[in-house]
Design a binder for this molecule. Structure first.
Ligand code: FAD
Length: 404
């Protein structure tokens, strides 16, 4: 059988690994795929990552990693490198568009309660850190891949088969980390409806920090929200969301942001003034309200957005993808049939990720409420509940919660 590299199968084993029972293919070099690859390589799997893009440069500005994600990253050796990039010091919290604080918390409070602070970092930095945990030749770019046969987990004569533009590869284990549009999910679970519109769109920008300082915040308006977080390197990551019909796009998204958020409190106007129109990313949000029946089929494990795309309202999609990768590697010893490990992976991850997807959907609905009365009631409730303890603020503003 051709192997997609222009080499014979035996030679291909030399680059991507191929000792019987040890050969793993990962489809997709996003956060989830690279975490899984690093974890599996640490366990002795011979891993090849196939990425369809020409580079590993990720789309999407920055990402927030909560303590659960940081702890999972410890397992693949990059937790401390991520923690060293924490920029949040002092206060932060939830505000109203006129600048009133609805609820405040602090980085100290987050640390005391959950052991770690929230870290925001460039996505490219996280990708680089994960990539560096793998052997140089483990990642192939320009390598779109497609599962053609998931194989039989407990039959050594039935490996999984994956097609690339240059031929077919076989593997003892395939990790499908091919993101929200996952073709692997459609192949393995054809009856699942897949992701659906979550009811809102998002914008993201990265800009230099404004002269006048500000505390990190998420600000909830009527059917709209804005968040601003300083990063370690002096830039600011800001995001916005609005409950609008699916599929809308403005000619000039920066002008659209100015129209919607230009009169909100500092630093929103200053950040918008610093943004370049072509630097504004806009994405409609889709999520998988209905969980998959399992996170694996045959010898193929699904992870990250491919398995459980969620609304970004808790900033947990990437964190959960990281957890997936670490838990998968934990359950799968090379050289043994992967069936029991894959079943254990599904059993561990499905309840947890389904719960986070559901909570993220609820958080999205709460933060993007529209009716004026409901918004007033929400804001009053937030203020009251936050006086009782920091949990609600930490959960809503920083995605930090009790799923440690
Ligand atoms: P992806 O990052 O999408 O990676 C999939 C990879 O697979 C891509 O590189 C793609 O090119 C590749 N691929 C696809 N098909 C193929 C193929 N056939 N062959 C080869 N390669 C293929 N999460 C957080 O934890 N914190 C946040 O602050 C946060 N903020 C967010 C803000 C917004 C606005 C949005 C929309 C999401 C946010 N998320 C956040 C969610 C997070 O971005 C995702 O959950 C995370 O990127 C999923 O990682 P992944 O590896 O599963 O998929």
């Amino acid at each position: 059988m051709e192997n997609g590299t222009g080499t014979t199968p035996a030679q291909d084993r030399g680059t991507s690994g191929g000792e019987p029972g040890r050969r793993a293919l990962v489809i997709g070099a996003g956060i989830g795929g690279l975490t899984a690859a690093a974890g599996l390589a640490d366990r002795g799997w011979q891993v090849t990552v196939l990425e369809r893009s020409a580079t590993l440069e990720p789309v999407g500005a920055a990402i927030s990693l909560a303590p659960n994600g940081q702890r999972a990253l410890d397992r693949v050796g990059v937790g401390d490198a991520v923690r060293s990039l924490a920029a949040w010091q002092g206060s932060g919290g939830l505000r109203a568009p006129d600048g009133r604080w609805l609820a405040r918390t602090s980085s100290e409070e987050a640390g005391e309660r959950y052991g770690d602070n929230l870290v925001l970092l460039h996505r490219a930095t996280l990708i680089d850190l994960l990539r560096a945990r793998l052997p140089e030749d483990a990642v192939r770019v320009d390598a779109a891949a497609e599962v053609v046969d998931p194989g039989a987990a407990d039959d050594p004569r039935r490996p999984a088969r994956v097609r690339t533009a240059t031929g077919e590869l076989t593997a003892d284990l395939v990790v499908a980390a091919d993101g929200i549009g996952s073709a692997t999910r459609r192949l393995l679970f054809p009856d699942h409806p897949g992701p659906e519109y979550a009811g809102f769109t998002t914008w993201r920008i990265m800009v230099p920090a404004p002269a006048e300082p500000f505390a990190p915040h998420e600000t909830w308006g009527r059917g709209a929200l804005w968040g601003s977080h300083p990063l370690h390197d002096g830039t600011v990551y800001a995001y916005a969301a609005a409950a609008v019909p699916e599929g809308g796009h403005a000619e000039d998204e920066r002008a659209e942001l100015l129209r919607r958020f230009g009169d909100w409190h500092h630093p929103v106007p200053a950040l918008l003034a610093a943004a370049a129109p072509e630097g504004v990313l806009r994405h409609d949000v889709r999520h998988m309200r209905r969980p998959l029946p399992a996170c694996h089929r045959g010898r193929v494990a699904l992870l990250g957005d491919a398995a459980h795309a969620m609304a970004p309202s808790l900033g947990q999609g990437g964190n959960q993808a990281i957890e997936d990768g670490v838990v998968l590697a934990h359950h799968l010893a090379p050289g043994t049939p992967p069936g029991p490990g894959l079943a254990a992976y599904s059993a561990d991850r499905l309840p947890r990720t389904s719960a986070v997807v559901a909570r993220a959907a609820k958080a999205g609905a709460l933060t993007l409420l529209r009716p004026a009365l409901a918004v007033r009631a929400r804001d009053a409730l937030v203020a009251t509940v936050s006086r009782l303890g920091p949990d609600l603020v930490l959960r809503s503003f920083a995605g930090i919660t009790d799923w440690q």
